[in-house]
Every structure is written in C-alpha cells, then in structure tokens.
Design a protein around this ligand. Sequence first.
Ligand SMILES: [Zn+2]
Length: 274
Amino acid sequence: MRDSKRDHDGYLPESVKSEVEKVVEVAGYLWQKGWAERNAGNISLRINSLVPDDFQFTERGNVVPCATLPAEAAGFILFVTGAGARLRDLIHRKEEVSCILRINNEANGYVLLWGGNAEDFRPTTELISHVQIQLFLQQHKPDHHAVLHTHCTELILLSHHPLFNDEEAFNHALWKLCPEIRVFVPLGISCTPYAVSGSDTLAKLSMEGLQNRDIILWEKHGVLATGKDITEAFDFLDVANKGAEMLLKAWAAGFEPAGMNAQQMAELERLFLS
Ligand SMILES: [Zn+2]
C-alpha cells in the first residue's frame, strides 16, 4: 500500500516543489513548440542542495539495482523523467511520469523517494548519461543543476546541413542574425557528431562539448542544455533555435541573411560579453 501523503507533491519541501513546478511549466512550452513529440526528451535536476537539513524523505520500496552507476554519484538525489514517458504528461500527471530518487551509498542502485506512480515505472533509459552529466556539472559548473534534452526542430534540421561540419562557421551564422543570440547564447553550440542515443560515446562527446559551449547539438537527433534551473536550460535552447528558424526561413525565401557586420559584433561583445 502506498502512503497517500507521500504520493502528493505537498510532501516535498517548498524548495524542491518550486523547481519541479518549473519543470512542469517548461514541459508545457516544449509541447507547444513541437519539441517533445511522443516520448522525445528527458530531464534531470540535481536537488541535494535544495533539501533542507531537517527534511527526511521516506524511501519507497527497495533499492533498485543498477550496476553501471559511477561511484562518485553515491548519495545524489535526482529528479528524473520516466523511461518512455511523454513529457507532455508532466503537465497533469507528473507523479506518474517522473520521480525523485536517491542513489545509494554504494552507488550500485537507487531508491525512489517521490513519484514514479505509473505501473512498471522506470527512470529514463538515459539515467546513466544524466548521472554522468550531473557529475560533470557538479565538478565543472557547480551552479548548474538542470539537464534538458529535447528535439528542437530547426536546430536538428540544421545538423543535416554542411554548415554543421564547421562549428565556428555554424555559430557565427546564428550569432550574426540578431544581438539576442550573441548575448544569450554566449558560448554557442557544440556540433556533436552522430552517436547512438544513450551510448557512452554520446555522453562523453556531450561532456567534452559542455566544457566550452552552452548547448550540445547531437547530429540528426536533438539538443541538450544545462542551466542553474530548467528555465535557464530552456532559454538557451529557445534563443538558439530562434536563430536556426530565422536562418532556414531566409534560405527558404531565397536569400543569405547579411547579418551584423564585424564592427557591430565587436561592439556587442565589448558591451555585453567582456
Ligand atoms: Zn532524443
């Protein structure tokens, strides 16, 4: 029997609840934008620092064995979306399609603390990749707690264009379109070569890209961004995809956009990015 108190998000501390509500809000935007068809995309939040010292989660059920977790992730408390979950279902059924889990001290399994109420619920099949990226963030970008993978239509389409093979030219083509893109995606996009979804290779390539860029664009698949919270991760993708959309529209209209000139770009960088 499940404890109804624990099934309700009122059980969560306010500090955690507000971050989960941001995920719900962003899930609505992803759906409206057509970036989260069927079970596309997944989300994680590293929430250890949000849990008050005097708050005790109640463990739900036994430890679920997971042999491939990195040892350094012991004790991580993560919000993650479910395997095969439709992100749009976060809007009305978040406790069925997402969960909060804690990786045990041996890092050989995890236990559910909240949510995961759907029958046969399992965390995202990308759990290991999310854990690896969350570890990377803890070590290299400790104020970043959110990881968002989704399918931004225009950015994916651009990953099929020859421009994708020249990362500097790719970023310049987007940055020059309007000041907002240069300023709010300051480190730009990592053009990450195709690798099988959920593979170790893809996780490693993504972490390499995250060292120097704001966004990872997986060739012919999708995008990944991190942020202080899920809203910031979404904003990186929203602004960058606006650039991709404008570029494709200009090409469809039959012209190459002039873009800001070198002097205008330099002025922008001096005012906002130095
Ligand atoms: Zn995907």
